[in-house]
Design a protein around this ligand. Structure first.
Ligand code: PAF
Length: 285
């Protein structure tokens, strides 16, 4: 695996590389990321992963400084997956001057995650667009755990006519249901035990919808109340239409197959997010 730090070396390395499949990450890799790399392998001749902790997507009170940086372990993991190129630029390579030109994402970016992380998706889209321009992938693989990110990046690709296929990948979970996430490493042993309840609550709402309930706001409030009673500080529990992430029709006209349930909540100082398809739809988003 070649480790590349600059845009110029990257362009040289990718000359004649055939079909390029790309997995952008912020490092601190877990099995979920490694699965994205294995999926990328099926879609390209050359697999490129990037590690870049993007300060533009962190709010002033968020964890940019304490975000775990585990380069050696990450490199070893990527190497084991047969990744061909690791692009790990320094901050000054990506942002040699202050990034005053930014992608302005659509109103969806102010909802759900964006309502609690102001400017987050603008920061994500800006760095993803820059990474796409540098790597020029044919395919990019994004995890469904960050469902809203997946939607927004997809929309950006369409509206900016970028010739990139986005491949969604299922969320990888621990045996107890907790979605794998870099921030899980912040959890204390007690919090780690509590953490799978986010998934359980979302899953139970999904199962109630499958069972015929269409009073989504009652289900959402009950889910929020249950998590709050267990000590979580809940940002949102929301039933949404899976395509546009819009609020579903209150009278249940949306087919359950198209609905998803999303949640985000703080456990102690750790913010966890997750989502489930009401009816499990592997690989779709
Ligand atoms: O999902 C992530 O890890 C990040 O948001 C991404 C896509 C690598 C952009 O920094």
């Amino acid at each position: 695996m070649d480790i590349i730090r600059t845009a110029a070396e990257l362009a040289q390395r990718l000359e004649g590389a055939g079909r390029v499949a790309f997995v952008p990450t912020m490092g601190n890799l877990h099995e979920g990321h490694l699965k994205l790399c294995r999926i990328a392998r099926e879609h390209g001749d050359t697999v490129v992963a990037s590690i870049f902790v993007n300060r533009l997507q962190f709010g002033p009170n968020e964890d940019f400084d304490r975000y775990p940086r585990t380069f050696d372990a990450d490199r070893a993991g990527l190497e084991r997956q047969g990744v061909d190129v690791l692009f790990a630029p320094l901050d000054q390579e990506m942002y040699p001057t202050p990034q005053v030109y930014r992608v302005q994402p659509p109103p969806l970016a102010d909802d759900l995650e964006g309502a609690f992380r102001i400017g987050f998706f603008g920061g994500v889209c800006t760095v993803v667009l820059k990474l796409f321009n540098l790597v020029q992938p044919d395919v990019a693989v994004f995890g469904k755990k960050d469902r809203q990110q997946l939607k927004i990046v997809r929309g950006m690709i369409q509206q900016f006519n970028l010739p990139i296929d986005i491949v969604p990948a299922e969320t990888v979970r621990a045996d107890d249901g907790l979605a794998l996430a870099s921030r899980n490493g912040y959890l204390s042993p007690d919090e780690r035990q509590e953490a799978p309840n986010l998934y359980r609550v979302l899953r139970e709402i999904a199962d109630s919808i499958v069972g015929g309930r269409a009073d989504y706001s009652n289900l959402e409030s009950a889910g929020r109340a249950e998590l709050a009673a267990r000590g979580w500080k809940v940002d949102y529990v929301a039933v949404r239409h899976g395509l546009a992430l819009r609020i579903p029709h209150p009278e249940g006209y949306d087919h359950p197959n198209l609905l998803i349930v999303l949640g985000a909540a703080m456990l102690g100082t750790t913010r966890l997010i997750d989502n489930v398809d009401v009816v499990k739809q592997d690989g779709k988003d």
